[in-house]
Design a protein around this ligand. Sequence first.
Ligand code: ZN
Length: 247
Amino acid sequence: MKIPILMYHQICEQVSPGAPFRGLVVRPSAFRRQMALMHLLGYRGLSMGALMPYLQGKAQGKVFGITFDDGYRNNLEFALPILQRYAFSATCYAVSGMLGQTNAWDVPQGVPQVPLMTIQELRQWIDSGQEVGSHTCDHMHLPLLDAGAQHYQVTQSRMDLERELTSQDGVRHFCYPYGAFDPTTVHAVQQSGYQSATTTRRGRAQTGPVQDLLLLPRVLVSRSTNLALFALKCFSAYEDRRGTVAY
Ligand SMILES: [Zn+2]
């Protein structure tokens, strides 16, 4: 069985014309229609933690994963009310060393700077039934670092988030910045005790005990994804052979 794990970044109406990667800013109205469609078809949107039994083949049902990379405040403002409306849960991957700051790692590419959630806002996200995962301490391109530095980024981010969030569930899910990893990265993620890690490899996740939970592919939803394409991505093999995107 194949399960789509949706990959979002920002949920916001406005976007600067000509801004690089503006395709990653999905309109709230589009996100609402996408969630409404899944709800209408009887599907439940789940965080990575809640999705695990389904990915492992231990549970069956009409489910899909919802993930947000980077931890933008606009996830809390615009996505949360829609998630709550349908009783869906989602995982937001936070950059532990940059909470309450902006997406400074995007400055060299000229991407507009927008606020990231503070620790209080991440707590609010969790208290609203959502999940927080790790996206490293500093949004690093991990394969460029040596093994020690990779291990630090992967492990320390988890420890810092767990300490600050004081959530009973802990931080058990990881997302590779830029979708970049090498064998050392995957080893570090495994050593740190994460239960899952998502990539930017495009496709739906294959369920069952053999599939690799630390290299999960996702379904990219962008500003230009209309509802018909969204359905095609979720329910057909459209996305399964689309290669990798470097976000
Ligand atoms: Zn990212």
